[in-house]
Design a protein around this ligand. Structure first.
Ligand code: ZN
Length: 443
């Protein structure tokens, strides 16, 4: 995951909270979780429930084993499109933890369903992603120094995967929950795992992704992106003898010049860049081919599509101008979509955001919860209008997507504890609370 923008919400309630048995004395702000809301009353009931308190303790007691699991998962390589070995291990763990019917779907996602009792319960997905950004052959062995672990993918998202297993281990209730290890979350995968999940399961009412580490940062906004590769092609020829032919590099240069003058809104934040260019074969040859890769992002689908339409038009104009310059029609451009992540937002007053914010405050006693925009598996759910958040798996770390990625297990159990409370409030606890998450109309 990557964080693009942040927004902070102050919760007075968090300061006053005596975890885990008492409810907040008051909540003074207009922020989510006002006293009397369904989420607030659900927490009041859940936090005084002996079974829930015990489960929170069990998760904490499982911390060392969860960390060992995280390290084990990290050392099973999972390059883009090659998550299979890690997926098979994850499936084995699902089976061992009681999901007898767990399986790997046609896209490669590992799925275990805990069936809810009674009808009318919402179906919630709790997930983490199996894939890493690291290509095949990357050394994924752990290096440990002064309590810090260095290894590619140790945090992103081995932590999420391990947190999910700890959570599964600790619960016995009958919530209607689908646990999923997804494939294809990172760049090249283009969310192929969650795309397949939502295609195959039209009955999902809510989605939680455990990705990243920080507990007090919650993602409720999906930054959308469209990426293109543009391949300019012409006849090519000798720079002197065949002068007069159109050049692929010149055509691309015209396109880059036009793109660089585009104006986009600051809010919703909308961006573009020509990230890479390659082309030509020799200094004394009119280039026959040139390629560039373009990245466009926005927090709004509408703005993203507007920008895309303008940019693609400019590229075509550039080709027309290059052809006109040399009175030919030999220059062409092939435009390939290489990245497509939808944008979306979940309202601050929606039950899933309220439930997550309250869980974070209870678990960490942190006064601040930061809401952020990012690109994660939740993008897809958000773009479909399905309530979704991405939450941290616990602990500290950094150098994401680099071979020097590091992790330190500081209060790491906060991750699965946070997921547990959020999950229980959303799906309801049998005989104790009603689900805060709504079953979608027309399901
Ligand atoms: Zn990630």
């Amino acid at each position: 995951m990557k964080i693009f923008l942040t927004r902070s919400i102050f919760t007075a309630a968090a300061l006053l909270m005596a975890f885990p048995l008492a409810r907040p004395a008051c909540a003074q702000t207009a922020s989510p979780g006002l006293p009397g809301s369904p989420v607030d009353s659900a927490y009041a009931a859940i936090l005084t429930n002996a079974k829930v308190v015990k489960t929170l303790e069990d998760i904490k007691a499982d911390d060392a084993r969860t960390f060992a699991e995280q390290k084990h998962i990290t050392e099973i390589p999972a390059p883009p499109y090659k998550e299979k070995i890690r997926a098979e291990y994850y499936l084995k763990r699902f089976h061992e933890l009681g999901f007898k019917d767990a399986s790997i779907d046609s896209e490669g996602n590992v799925i275990g369903l805990r069936k809810g009792s009674g009808g009318g319960r919402p179906k919630l997905v709790v997930s983490a992603h199996l894939d890493t950004v690291f290509p095949e052959g990357t050394d994924v062995s752990l290096k440990e120094k002064d309590g810090v672990i260095l290894a590619p993918g140790i945090g992103d998202d081995s932590r999420g995967l391990a947190a999910l297993l700890s959570l599964i281990k600790s619960i016995n209730a009958n919530e209607n929950i689908m646990f999923v290890g997804t494939v294809g979350e990172e760049e090249l995968g283009n969310l192929r795992g969650v795309k397949a999940l939502f295609r195959d399961h039209g009955d999902i009412d809510g989605f939680i992704s455990v990705d990243g580490l920080g507990i007090t940062r919650v993602v409720n906004q999906a930054t959308g992106s469209h990426r293109y590769e543009m391949i300019f092609r012409g006849p090519g020829g000798h720079s002197f003898q065949e002068f007069g032919l159109p050049s692929a590099i010149h055509a691309m240069g015209r396109a880059v010049a036009k793109i660089s003058e585009l104006q986009t809104p600051a809010d919703p934040k909308t961006t573009f860049t020509v990230g890479t260019v390659v082309g030509g074969t020799s200094v004394n040859a009119i280039a026959a081919e040139a390629r560039m890769a373009v990245d466009m992002r926005s927090d709004s689908t509408e703005e993203l599509l507007k920008l895309e339409a303008r940019l693609l038009d400019l590229v075509k104009q550039a080709v027309t101008e290059e052809n006109a310059r040399w009175k030919t029609d030999k220059m062409t451009v092939e435009i390939k979509l290489i990245g497509d992540r939808p944008a979306g937002i979940v309202a601050m007053d929606s039950p899933i955001v309220q439930a997550t914010q309250r869980a974070v405050s209870v678990i960490t006693r942190a006064p601040r919860v930061t809401f952020a925009g990012s690109s994660t598996d939740s993008n897809l759910a958000m773009s479909l209008g399905i309530p979704a958040v991405t939450i941290g798996g616990g602990g500290e770390g950094g150098n994401w997507h680099s071979r020097n990625e590091w992790y330190r297990p500081v209060d790491a159990w906060f991750g699965p504890q946070n997921a547990l409370l959020t999950m229980l409030v959303l799906t309801g606890l049998d005989g104790v609370t009603k689900p805060a998450l709504q079953v979608r109309a027309g399901k």
